[in-house]
Design a binder for this molecule. Structure first.
Ligand SMILES: C[S@@+](CC[C@H](N)C(=O)[O-])C[C@H]1O[C@@H](n2cnc3c(N)ncnc32)[C@H](O)[C@@H]1O
Length: 242
């Protein structure tokens, strides 16, 4: 079957080449953080530590501290918790033992494969790989708490809007949402934005939002009690209820 597809792509590319177009297989393609994640996993293997300790060190922050500050008060042993963009599981590994089940949603093949192996035996979880900004495969009203750390800095406004609608769809009534994002309105955000050199026509690694904009977008999609807090750093923190 694969041989037939490959042959068809070759033939089609032969025709398309005449007009300067080529078909490229994108499923399973490398995503921006995969190289860093593979590097942490390799370093951890070589030194006998957990890759997420390497990750914490390289990103200058303790995920346990972050989870204690922002997540644990939303999680009980009965909770179904959805995490968007779990990466190597820096936050996941601290949340999983505290809840009933985690649903882990990411677009990276490396991340999804890694988590299935890394989290085995640590609690109840399922991994959902996506190729669009949807939470497809997650039932309406089935999640108590949804969160994402370090993800919305990579997501443009239109996709953020779709994810907000999707979070609202999958959350139970009174379910909670938490995520952070980059803001240009804090000293740290402003500094970060200015320091990154971007050639004309290129794009920054991170997207930056105004806190009021994301608050309005969350309210527009039906969330209540939306609050956004900022500090000196580049992140703003959004909390809301369905
Ligand atoms: C900077 S990493 C953060 C990983 C993890 N949350 C942490 O704090 O260590 C961003 C994560 O979000 C995922 N991601 C980025 N954009 C995404 C998208 N549009 N859809 C699904 N996952 C995405 C990446 O694959 C990666 O796992």
């Amino acid at each position: 079957m694969l041989g037939v597809v490959k042959h068809a792509v070759k033939l089609t590319n032969g025709l398309l080449r005449r007009i300067g177009v080529q078909l490229v297989r994108t499923e399973g393609a490398q995503k921006p953080w995969d190289e860093a994640f593979a590097d942490w996993i390799a370093k951890a293997k070589a030194s006998g530590v957990d890759p997420n300790e390497v990750g914490d060190r390289e990103w200058n922050g303790s995920a346990l501290e972050g989870a204690s500050r922002h997540l644990f008060h939303r999680v009980t042993q009965e909770s179904v918790v959805l995490e968007l963009g779990p990466g190597t599981g820096r936050y996941t590994r601290h949340v999983l033992p505290r809840c009933r089940e985690m649903i882990l949603v990411d677009y990276s093949t490396l991340v999804c494969g890694w988590l299935r192996e890394y989290l085995r035996g640590r609690g109840q979880f399922r991994v959902q790989q996506i190729d669009k900004p949807t939470l497809s495969g997650v039932a309406d009203g089935s999640v108590d708490f949804a969160f994402a750390n370090g993800v919305f800095e990579h997501i443009d406004l239109d996709d953020t809007d779709v994810f907000l609608q999707e979070f609202h769809r999958v959350l139970k009534p009174s379910g909670a949402l938490w995520f952070n994002f980059n803001t240009l309105m804090s000293p740290g955000g402003l500094r970060w934005f200015q320091q990154e050199e971007v050639k004309p026509g290129d794009r920054r690694l991170f997207r930056f939002y105004h806190p009021d904009l994301l608050k309005r977008m969350a309210e527009m999609r039906g969330f209540t009690k939306v609050s956004v807090t900022t500090d000196e750093g580049r992140f703003a923190y959004l909390e809301a209820l369905k």
